[in-house]
Ligand binder design. Structure first.
Ligand code: GDP
Length: 300
C-alpha cells in the first residue's frame, strides 16, 4: 500500500547499509539513528515522538543486547521493530463489551474524518461477529448527517435510531439517551453513537461531545482520525483527549496517499491504542488494527 511506502524504502536502505557492517561502532549506531530520524520526520511523524523513539533505539543499540549479538545489525532491526510496535500501541486491543448489554460505542472526531462511514463499517463488522448493533444519529449539526447514517445503516443491514423528522434540529443528548432505551427495549447488544464534527476543533463541539459522553456512559469512545491530517494529528488528538477522553483510536483513509505520520504519532502521544483501520469508502474496507502487523509492513 501507498501508506508508509517512502518510510519503508528509506528504512530498508538504512538497514541494508547497516547489514554490510560486522561489529557496530558508536558512530555506525549514530549514523543509523540519524537516518531513521530523518525518515520518520519526512513521514510526518511528530517531532516529540521521533525524539523519543530514536532516543530509545540509540540507547538500546549502544547497549549489550547489540554488542553481544551474533548479528548486531539484525539485532538493531529487531529493536526498531519492537519499538515500532510499541509506538503503534503494543498489543492488539480489542473492543470491550459491557457485561450488561447494550455495549455503547461513541464516535468522535473532526468533520470529514470518516465517522459516519465508520459507523456503517463497524456495525457491519459487529454483525458479522454475531452481534446485534444499532446505529444512533446524534450528529444533528450537519444537515445531511442523519440521512447519510440511514443510508449507511441500510447498506449494512443495521437499524438506525434517529430523531423524528420535523423535530427541529433536535437535541443530540436526548436522542442518544432515547436510543439506549430503545436498544434495551429491542435487545440490541451494541449501540454505536455517531456524533457531530466540525472542520476544526471548537469548544462548543467538545462540550456537546462531552455532554453525550456523560449522558450515555459509553464503554468505548473511539476517536476517528483521518490519516491524511499529517502534522496536525497530535494537536487534534490531544484536544479530543482533553474534551472526551477517548478509549481508542480509529485511523481512516489508510488507502490514501498518507505518509503515515498520524498513524505513528497518535497512539504514542495519547497513550490510547489504535483499534481499527479504515481503508476505503466501501463498508468492507475496514479491519481491526494489529500493531505488530503494521510494524512488519513498515519494515518489510
Ligand atoms: P464524517 O464527517 O466524520 O462523518 O465523515 P464521513 O463518514 O462522511 O466521510 C467523509 C468522506 O470520507 C466521505 O466521502 C467518505 O466516503 C470518505 N471516507 C471515509 N472513510 C474513508 C476511507 O477509509 N478511505 C477513503 N478513501 N475515503 C473514506
Amino acid at each position: 500500500m501507498a501508506l508508509f511506502g517512502n518510510l519503508s524504502d528509506r528504512l530498508a536502505d538504512t538497514f541494508t547499509k547497516l547489514r554490510s557492517k560486522g561489529k557496530l561502532s558508536p558512530a555506525d549506531v549514530d549514523g543509523t539513528v540519524r537516518e531513521i530520524r530523518r525518515a520518520l520526520l519526512e513521514a510526518d511523524v511528530a517531532l516529540e515522538v521521533v525524539k523519543d523513539f530514536t532516543g530509545r533505539i540509540r540507547e538500546r543499540a549502544l547497549g549489550d543486547e547489540v554488542n553481544k549479538a551474533l548479528n548486531p545489525a539484525q539485532q538493531v532491526v529487531q529493536i526498531v521493530n519492537e519499538e515500532l510496535i510499541g509506538i503503534l500501541g503494543g498489543q492488539t486491543r480489542r473492543l470491550e463489551f459491557a457485561k450488561q448489554p447494550p455495549t455503547v460505542i461513541m464516535l468522535a472526531g473532526l468533520q470529514g474524518a470518516g465517522k459516519t462511514t465508520l459507523a456503517g463499517k463497524l456495525s457491519k463488522w459487529l454483525k458479522s461477529e454475531g452481534h446485534t448493533p444499532m446505529l444512533v444519529a446524534a450528529d444533528l449539526q450537519r444537515p445531511n448527517a442523519v440521512t447519510q447514517l440511514q443510508v449507511v445503516g441500510e447498506q449494512a443491514g443495521v437499524p438506525v435510531f434517529a430523531p423524528e423528522p420535523g423535530n427541529g434540529k433536535g437535541d443530540p443528548i436526548r436522542v442518544a439517551k432515547d436510543a439506549i432505551k430503545e436498544a434495551n427495549r429491542k435487545q440490541y447488544d451494541t449501540v454505536i453513537v455517531d456524533t457531530a464534527g466540525r472542520l476544526g476543533v471548537d469548544a462548543e463541539l467538545m462540550k456537546q461531545a462531552a455532554g453525550i459522553r456523560k449522558a450515555v456512559d459509553p464503554d468505548e469512545v473511539l476517536f476517528v482520525i483521518d490519516s491524511l491530517i499529517g502534522q496536525d494529528a497530535v494537536q487534534t488528538a490531544r484536544a479530543f483527549q482533553d474534551g472526551v477522553d477517548f478509549t481508542g483510536v480509529v485511523l481512516t483513509k489508510l488507502d490514501g496517499d498518507s505518509r503515515g505520520g498520524a498513524a505513528l504519532s497518535v497512539a504514542s502521544v495519547t497513550g490510547r491504542p489504535i483499534m481499527f483501520a479504515s481503508t476505503g469508502e466501501g463498508l468492507d474496507d475496514f479491519e481491526p488494527f494489529h500493531p505488530d502487523r503494521m510494524a512488519s509492513r513498515i519494515l518489510d
